[in-house]
Design a protein around this ligand. Structure first.
Ligand SMILES: Cc1cc2nc3c(=O)[nH]c(=O)nc-3n(C[C@H](O)[C@H](O)[C@H](O)COP(=O)(O)OP(=O)(O)OC[C@H]3O[C@@H](n4cnc5c(N)ncnc54)[C@H](O)[C@@H]3O)c2cc1C
Length: 329
């Protein structure tokens, strides 16, 4: 690893100042599970690292009538085990619990998980100068593509890695972001954009911006939710596909629905058309199949990842039917 200077700010404003706006010069450190790996492989070699852990107050979870607030430094273990998250936002708790291993969940943070860079093996290999590294091609298009995107790909085809992001998006999360131009609040979903729109490794944070907090509104009455993940390694692994489904029922019928996915597109994939097909209906097997088909509509697999289409369909169907079962209890 190249040596670097570690800065320990004591406030977000100081962190913004130290971070500056050039990521080749300074990067933020939260749990380090992603950043340190990239630095070891020399994919990123910032001469300055700005440590968020020296800022007090970023690791708190607050639950009140208006909803839930998760500080950027709340660990994934704390998200998974927090009683309010378990009771009111099951998909978020399940998604956090599905991440990596115990050690990774103990160190990995909400902010870091949402802002982690693609796991694409070409991006992570210093010898491949891919589009994300200002090269001229996406190697997955002609190379090994079994872990890549089946939806929304092109010109890059990496798959979004965070399990937490789709679960939070399915609960209509917003984020508080601080940066050189002050503070702003935005839907979490808007933090991500397709490579076709902007080659930004999937993130829209402006240079120098820091994610400070994630806020979740109080769930609607009659809401049931789940996160269903399929991974290759049974021990710990990223999602080949992960489905967050949040559905509110009234008298057995769906009145509100959100479906978002990990591992299938360069961003957390929000299946808006599929959600609409659920509204006003009773959830049964034929409807779950129809909705699952809509989620993978317009899929465009690469040479090695066609299996993800059937896999995603199955996970969506299972997630939805499990929610119907829950609301009947
Ligand atoms: C072996 C392994 C398996 C994993 N498996 C999974 C998995 O199954 N599912 C999953 O979702 N994740 C998985 N991860 C990722 C892990 O969960 C971490 O959450 C993630 O790597 C980053 O979290 P961190 O707090 O360690 O962030 P860091 O590594 O410190 O930071 C990650 C990136 O985000 C930036 N950043 C950090 N905090 C902020 C902030 N507040 N605002 C703006 N930018 C910020 C950093 O500069 C850096 O670029 C895995 C990681 C490893 C190493």
């Amino acid at each position: 690893m190249k040596s670097f200077l570690m800065e320990n700010p004591t406030s977000l404003d100081e962190a913004v100042e130290l971070l500056g706006t050039d990521p080749s010069q300074a990067q933020l450190l939260a749990g380090g599970m992603d950043l340190v790996g990239r630095m070891k492989k020399r994919v990123d070699t910032p001469p300055r690292v700005v440590n968020l852990n020296s800022i007090p107050g970023l690791a708190s979870v607050q639950d009140n009538a208006g909803g839930l607030s998760l500080g950027a430094l709340v660990t994934l273990t704390d998200v998974a085990e927090n009683p309010a998250v378990l009771a009111k936002y099951s998909a978020v708790s399940e998604a956090a619990r599905s991440v990596g291993s115990t050690q990774i969940r103990n160190a990995g943070t909400v902010g870091g998980n949402l802002c982690q860079r693609p796991r694409c093996w070409y991006f992570r290999h210093r010898q491949y100068v891919c589009l994300q590294k200002h090269g001229s091609e996406c190697f997955s298009e002609v190379g090994e593509s079994r872990y890549h995107a089946i939806l929304g790909g092109g010109p890059c085809y990496f798959a979004h890695p965070s399990d937490l992001a789709p679960a939070l998006i399915a609960y209509d999360a917003t984020v508080r972001v601080v940066g050189p131009k002050g503070e702003r609040t935005a839907p979490l979903e808007s933090l991500y954009c397709l490579p076709a729109e902007k080659l930004t490794q999937g993130l829209t944070l402006a240079p120098g911006e820091i994610l400070a907090e994630v806020r979740l509104p109080a769930p609607r009455p009659g809401t049931r939710s789940t996160y269903v993940k399929f991974k290759e390694k049974p021990s710990f692994d990223f999602s080949l596909a992960g489905v967050a489904a949040v559905v509110s029922f009234e008298n057995g019928k769906v009145v509100h629905a959100r479906i978002a996915l990990s591992g299938v597109a360069p961003i957390p994939w929000h299946a808006t058309k599929a959600e609409k097909a659920l509204i006003g209906a009773k959830l049964d097997e034929p409807l779950a199949r129809q909705v699952a088909d809509l989620v993978v509509e317009n899929n465009a697999p690469l040479a090695d990842n066609g299996y993800k289409v059937a896999l995603t369909r199955t996970l969506v169907r299972r997630a939805l039917l499990s929610l119907d079962e829950l609301q009947r209890k």
